[in-house]
Design a protein around this ligand. Structure first.
Ligand code: FES
Length: 106
């Protein structure tokens, strides 16, 4: 099962096995990690699942939809490497990926 490392705003790191087909958001919420709030439950409408993905790892995930891009435009703390973790579907290639959880998720 692919392992995703979540770097939380307090600097702690948590390595979680996330089943293929689930999202990076699912892996956090199902393991009760703080930081990813996911208010909308993954329907790409709240931006409280904001993470930063290393440039080298961006290609492991599907490209951003217009919906995701528009939400991120208005998200606090948005950067070039921002993504919404509910839109990041985990595949076997994602094993070892690291995401940094935004401190602005609420
Ligand atoms: S969980 Fe709401 S946008 Fe990702």
């Amino acid at each position: 099962m692919p392992m995703v490392t979540y770097v939380l705003p307090d600097g702690s790191e948590h390595a979680i096995d996330v089943p293929c087909g689930q999202t990076v958001m699912d892996g956090s919420v199902r393991n009760n990690l703080p930081g990813i709030v996911a208010e909308c439950g993954g329907s790409c409408s709240c931006a409280t699942c904001h993470v930063y993905v290393d440039p080298d790892s961006q290609a492991l995930f599907d490209e951003m939809t217009d919906e995701e891009r528009e939400l991120l435009e208005f998200a606090d703390g948005a950067q070039a490497d921002s993504r919404l973790s509910c839109q990041l579907v985990v595949t076997t290639e994602c094993d070892g990926v690291r995401v940094t959880v935004s401190a602005a998720n609420g």
